[in-house]
Design a protein around this ligand. Structure first.
Ligand SMILES: [Zn+2]
Ligand SMILES: [Zn+2]
Length: 133
């Protein structure tokens, strides 16, 4: 599978609590197959987030699985972070920093905090400098 952002960079697999995530070593974006994110965040996360489509000027990316153009989406109560979702439901792509910001927002949710800590360790995400993204 290749990075939807860099196109030719192969994604590498990272494991978090038995879930395999695909990560781009080049642009530091991260791919979740459908339901992996919910699994990590333990349950009803999707109901809270409710992906909503949004027009956005950001470059259109292709799904690393089916190569169809992905949709730009935001979560319903946090429209400042725009991410990419496969129209067929293969999964979700987050550019560097996007997932971090989303999880920060949903910090109260069970699982989010543990996952955030892990992300910071793995990606050297720094919550203090992340506002640049
Ligand atoms: Zn990349
Ligand atoms: Zn797809």
């Amino acid at each position: 599978m290749h990075c939807p952002n860099c196109e030719y960079t192969p994604l590498i697999i990272l494991e978090f609590q038995e879930v395999e995530l695909d990560f781009c070593p080049e642009c530091l974006g991260i791919w979740f197959d459908s339901e992996e994110l919910e699994w990590i965040l333990q349950g009803d996360f999707d109901e809270q987030v409710m992906f909503k489509e949004k027009e956005h000027a950001e470059k259109v990316k292709k799904c690393p699985r089916c190569r169809k153009k992905m949709k730009k989406v935001v979560s319903k109560d946090m429209e400042t972070v725009v991410y990419d979702v496969c129209p067929k439901g293969d999964g979700i792509w987050f550019d560097r920093g996007e997932l971090n910001r989303l999880l920060e927002h949903y910090k109260e949710h069970p699982g989010a905090e543990t996952f955030l800590t892990w992300l910071w360790e793995v990606f050297n995400y720094n919550p203090d400098t992340n506002n640049n993204y």
